[in-house]
Design a binder for this molecule. Sequence first.
Ligand SMILES: *Cc1c(COP(=O)(O)O)cnc(C)c1O
Length: 412
Amino acid sequence: MTIKLPIYLDHAATTRTDPRVVEAVLPMFTENFGNPGSRNHSFGWRAEEAVETARRQVADLLGAEPKEIVFTSGATESNNLAIKGAAYMYAKKPAGETGRGHIITAMHEHKAVLDPCKRLQKEGFDVTYLQPQRDGLITRAMVEAAMREDTILVSIMWANNEIGTINEIPEIGALCHERNVVFHTDATQWVGKMPTDVNRDNVDLLSLSGHKIYGPKGVGALYVRRRRPRVRLTAIQEGGGQERGLRSGTLNVPGIVGLGKACELCAQEMDNERDRLLALRKHIEEKVTTALDVVQINGHPDKRLPHLTNISFGFVEGESLMMATKEIAMSSGSACTSASLEPSYVLKSLGIGDDLAHSSLRISMGRWTTKEEVDYAADKIIEAVRKLRDLSPLYDMHNEGIDITKIEWQAH
Ligand SMILES: *Cc1c(COP(=O)(O)O)cnc(C)c1O
């Protein structure tokens, strides 16, 4: 079998839209182009029907009711609506005052959670940013210790997008329900890959995104619990009153239909895909750690997403490694903010030093990733690391037993 280059191993950043999704979406641009808000003719009715089918498909993937799904433009908007919407609704004091309520989140959340929280801090809310354990985990006990009399909202991601660590979501949700605190989870990396049941898992608000689960970009959803307990939100965007007033604006019908189809496909293929991707992940980790010394797999050893691995390679700079493996699309542990190369704040929050963070790669596999591709990528990475280390005086010194880095390398 010949390998087609470049190889895409960056599925945590985005995924290819499944051709079956594209097929479902196309008629919504042409024959079925109506506005679901047009209540008085068949064009509107047919578009509405398509939207309601999608709403049920999304709800089914979450164990939710269709009425509990609000369509948005993606997980960023869902997170903003959930966090600001809940904070404003449950605020203990009016705008302009301080002490409006306490929010708990974590340092390694996505920016789409951190930035709304920072905004709320400026508006008089208090926010606790929990530091994760070194394996990336946020536990129920950590959230419990941070709870206050005035805590109104907890927002903890289901699984982290850089290291894949899976948090104690059902347990944290149970705690929140005991304390009458609203619980939001950014489940963008979890949903569609792992079984989800918002009732069993005690989730009140859940964000998801189409383009991370083989659906279109620019569409997502927010689950909003309606019973036991009913969760209410203040709308952030106002206008025509669509989505029960929670998200005004003409619905993105093609995107929504695509999201629904993507959810249906994920539900059908989840069990097989999970096992297949986990085997691929274990294979690449095994290959790399067997062939190379001073490597470390970041995140939790087993509470981790099946399709994603984050590996630090000592004595190699992540950017150089990416340059040397250009035919493989991956992410590095550095975030390109403007001109400067900042080490990833997620890795830093785990207590990983700048050197190690800079020497990290995130490899994330998906629906069309093959064993051959993973083998090819692993071989290329191993070859590139060896070449780069051959040029590294620090690696020579390390081999001579000189402690130059004081980095504590984890045994494997
Ligand atoms: C991708 C991602 C987002 C942003 O999703 P968009 O739909 O692109 O706005 C938010 N949170 C997590 C964890 C993500 O991985």
